[in-house]
Design a protein around this ligand. Structure first.
Ligand code: PMV
Length: 322
């Protein structure tokens, strides 16, 4: 690679306490803090190369050229990096994502975290973790959480500069596994950027926001002391609260499919019978089922027997973008 190119890799993350709604849509400043875990084994790998001969930025994802809105979102991040580094050249961005995109497995988080790191390095900048987290956030809010390692908290912050994510525990702190029950691999109807803009139209959003510091405290503590039952209860409550807001916004957003509900119900029953499992669902129909490593085999094989579950992807706790 030449002096003006660099590549980086980042994991997607699954939110344990969800981010839903912005207080500033352009800057992607969230209305509430969130906590997540990076997903090992799944990643976006992105190479950025600034080339003076290019007439405009080019984006290739998994071998296919992307134009329109997708390219504009990437160019906006490249523009910020060019401004910081005093670079004028356009860039070629080549990204490979090794998991299904657009189905609630936060491909944008991994993609913008990898882009922030690769683009800043290619432009000759060495940014701090907080600066990288901020830059990634401007592309996709949840991408701020794919910069640091392991279990991560994104603070609401007071400004653009300090609304950034940091690690609360390293990957090896707790052997959790996310067993992702794929009930649909098709592209979601309403992307999260449009979804965030609708959150405030739900009469339930204000109550969800007001209660978030309490849920964050319970979740952070459950992670720090490795209390699976406490984690299970708070992440299911938090996921259900976010979906209640989605379903009651105008227009309403319904991401669950019948099979999503089947999985959630089964997970609650299995836990009542003693199997340590808990669910959380992002802006898509697939259900993320968390469990300690020791319960992984049983959880995965049980999930595969449920009607409507196509595949189950397993992911441990992932490291930082690098
Ligand atoms: O970063 P975005 O704009 O894709 O929003 C992510 C929203 C959720 O995945 C539903 C929740 C979260 O905190 O990741």
């Amino acid at each position: 690679m030449s002096q003006h190119s660099a590549s980086a890799q980042a994991h997607p993350n699954i939110a344990l306490i969800k981010y839903w709604g912005n207080r500033d849509d352009a800057l992607r400043l969230p209305v509430n803090g969130s906590i997540s875990m990076n997903l090992a084994g799944l990643h976006a790998r992105t190479e950025v190369s600034f080339q003076p001969s290019l007439p405009f930025d080019e984006l290739i994802i998994n071998g296919r050229e992307v134009t329109g809105k997708g390219l504009q979102r990437v160019s906006a991040i490249l523009d910020i990096v060019r401004g910081m580094a005093g670079v004028t050249a356009k860039a070629e961005v080549i990204s490979d994502v090794n998991f299904p995109t657009g189905a609630g497995i936060a491909s944008s988080a991994a993609a913008f975290a990898a882009l922030a790191l690769a683009a800043s390095r290619a432009a000759g900048l060495t940014l701090s973790e907080a600066q990288l987290s901020r830059l990634a956030r401007l592309g996709s809010g949840s991408a701020s959480r794919s910069i640091p390692a392991g279990f991560v908290e994104w603070k609401v912050g007071a400004s653009d500069e300090d609304s950034v994510a940091e690690s609360i525990a390293p990957p090896e702190h707790w052997d959790l596994v996310d067993c992702i029950a794929i009930v649909s691999a098709t592209h979601k109807k309403t992307g999260s950027t449009e979804g965030h803009a609708l959150a405030a139209t739900s009469p339930l959003q204000a109550a969800r926001i007001a209660d978030t510091p309490r849920r964050l405290d319970i979740c952070r503590r459950a992670v720090l002391v490795r209390d699976f039952n406490a984690l299970a209860e708070i992440i299911e409550l938090d996921s259900d609260m976010m979906h209640a807001v989605m379903m009651t916004s105008r227009p309403a957003l319904h991401y669950w499919e019948p099979a999503s509900v089947t999985v959630m119900q089964a997970v609650r029953n299995w836990r009542a019978q003693g199997l340590p499992v808990a669910y959380t669902v992002d802006a898509g129909p697939n259900v993320h089922v968390l469990c300690p490593l020791g319960a992984r085999e049983e959880a995965e094989s049980k999930l595969r027997t449920l009607p409507g579950v196509g595949n189950v992807l397993g992911a441990g706790v992932g490291g930082a973008a690098h």
